[in-house]
Design a protein around this ligand. Structure first.
Ligand SMILES: NC(=O)c1ccc[n+]([C@@H]2O[C@H](COP(=O)([O-])OP(=O)(O)OC[C@H]3O[C@@H](n4cnc5c(N)ncnc54)[C@H](O)[C@@H]3O)[C@@H](O)[C@H]2O)c1
Ligand SMILES: C[N+](C)(C)CC=O
Length: 490
């Protein structure tokens, strides 16, 4: 729980851009206000960067690249680990800002900060493992080896649902490989990623290696288009991802895009139904469904359809909802933005108008304390079909629609009938079904009988409109490296 002294220390301030380790106002003195999703009240103001500020940040990152990339990997590892150790001491402060601006309950926000440090440490360990290799050649006096070198200045553009975690996925490999960065957090939740970067710098990351520019999508566009930015890593909507692809087309820079999802869960007749219900409720409702890997639609075998719905509803109804700044251990907070809440309301209304059945939720929670903020109750629908928005558009809210199937091929067909391909879930005890279905699903990640989509050691990449380019695992390292073949004759 956040005490009033902590809340007071975090609110009502002006936060500057972070350029070469210095906090500064934007060149045109413009500010952007950040609002609380729980109360609708202003929390703080952040400087809104101009293209001139973006250029300044990139130039400092470019200068810092020379010395940071020249450090031995072991030295970078030491500096990064010292910095994350310092960030951990600031977890209340950074997690508090996240709870205030994003709505995620304080305990979960704080946990996001510390797990992000763990992830950056995972990559710090990789700094000494950027290895090349030697080839056998066509002649005895010819030598050939392949080495990897950091790409240079990276533009890291992030969304509001996991404002620190999704930044750490990019910062970790970028810093470990010797790249320097300019971060453009979303305008909705800029405070926690800014404070996270500030703490890394206080902890010893040299000035200029990490810079932060805040502001709207136009600031992101200026960063993407800057000729000295060698690589862009962005997490966000498919719509913005496509705009970034169009913008970089003229410059041919490296890009990785983690975009939207519409993740299916298939529950077979032989599944452990309690486990399936628990994971579907957790993945469908946690963070108010504002996750790219949320369970967005369920296909349940007809024989267990009703039982599964009953069990998901029981989990949903037990979830506590509150202002996660005050009730730091509640399960769910408000949704982050008014637009996302409106989208959820529109999706549920559309489904009901087209014949869906509402089992639980479908409205704001009762009680005066929920009427101002962006609150919504976890919602379960059945009798859904492909004509309903909720079955094909990313809802990004706490709604689990459940359809049924008779034969597994029907479930596979329905699961793949999507423009997205980020994650999919399967619940079965049968090994052959596991092999057949996981092979057939058009998705970058398939989780069978579990919901732990993101682990440091496994690659994460979307298929189809969910983007491309790796995050997490050793594979992400190569997103921040250039390959060089050196061929020598004596
Ligand atoms: N695949 C994943 O790993 C993953 C993870 C989390 C969220 N997401 C997706 O993110 C979306 C929600 O986040 P959001 O609403 O912040 O997304 P968004 O696309 O609106 O914004 C993401 C970031 O891009 C910036 N931006 C906007 N226009 C830009 C432009 N023209 N050029 C450069 N940058 C620009 C924004 O300011 C923000 O910082 C959802 O679609 C969700 O699925 C995907
Ligand atoms: C994968 N996760 C939950 C960290 C963020 C996706 O939105």
């Amino acid at each position: 729980m956040m005490n009033s002294a902590l809340i007071e220390s975090l609110t009502g301030k002006d936060w500057g851009l972070l350029i070469k380790g210095q906090s500064k106002a934007s060149s045109d003195q413009s500010w952007h206000t950040v609002f609380s999703p729980a109360t609708g009240k202003p929390i703080a103001r952040v400087a809104a960067a101009t293209p001139k500020d973006v250029d300044e940040a990139v130039q400092h990152a470019k200068t810092a690249f020379t010395s940071w990339s020249a450090l031995p990997g072991a030295e970078r590892e030491k500096i990064i680990r010292k910095a994350t150790a310092h960030v951990r001491t600031q977890a209340d402060h950074i997690g508090g800002l996240m709870a205030l601006e994003q709505g995620k309950p304080f305990a979960q926000s704080r946990g996001e900060v510390t797990s992000s440090c763990d992830l950056i440490d995972y990559y710090a360990a990789e700094a000494v493992r950027v290895e090349g290799y030697v080839n056998s050649t066509e002649k005895n006096n010819l030598y050939s080896w392949v080495i990897y070198q950091p790409v240079g200045v990276c533009g890291l553009i992030t969304p509001w649902n996991y404002p620190v975690s999704l930044l750490s996925w990019k910062l970790g490999p970028a810093l470990a490989t010797g790249c320097t960065v300019v971060v453009k957090p979303t305008e909705v939740t800029p405070l926690s990623p800014l404070a996270f970067c500030q703490a890394l710098i206080e902890g010893g990351i040299p000035a200029g290696v990490i810079n932060v520019v805040m502001g709207s999508g136009a600031v992101g566009a200026a960063l993407v288009e800057h000729p000295a930015v060698a690589k862009v890593a962005m997490t966000g909507s498919t719509h913005t991802g496509k705009k970034i692809m169009a913008a970089v087309a003229g410059q041919l820079k490296k890009v990785s895009l983690e975009l939207g999802g519409h993740c299916p869960a298939i529950v077979c007749a032989d599944a452990d139904i309690d486990n399936a219900a628990e994971i579907i409720a957790y993945k469908g409702f946690r963070n108010m469904g504002q996750s790219c890997s949320s369970v967005n639609r369920v296909y349940a075998h007809a024989s267990i359809h009703d039982e599964l719905i009953e069990k998901i509803c029981a989990k949903a109804e037990k979830m506590s909802i509150g202002d996660g700044v005050i009730e730091g251990n509640c399960d769910l907070g408000p949704m982050t933005t008014a637009e996302t809440l409106q989208k959820v309301e529109r999706h549920v209304a559309d489904a009901l108008a087209k014949g869906a059945q509402l089992h639980t939720g479908g409205a704001k929670p009762a009680g005066d304390q929920y009427q101002t903020g962006h609150y919504y109750t976890p919602t379960v629908l059945s009798k859904v079909n492909r004509d309903m928005l909720v079955m094909y558009e990313e809802t990004f809210g706490p709604v689990v629609p459940v359809d049924s199937f008779d034969h597994i091929n029907e479930a596979i067909h329905k699961a793949n009938d999507s423009t997205f391909g980020l994650c999919a879930y399967l619940f079965t005890r049968d090994f052959a079904t596991t092999m057949q279905v996981s092979q057939a699903l058009e998705s970058g990640t398939v989780c069978v009988n579990n919901g732990a989509v993101n682990t440091a050691y496994a690659p994460y990449e979307g298929w189809k409109d969910s983007g491309f380019g790796f995050e997490l695992s050793r594979k992400a390292i190569f997103e921040y490296l250039k390959t060089k073949h050196v061929k020598v004759g004596f």
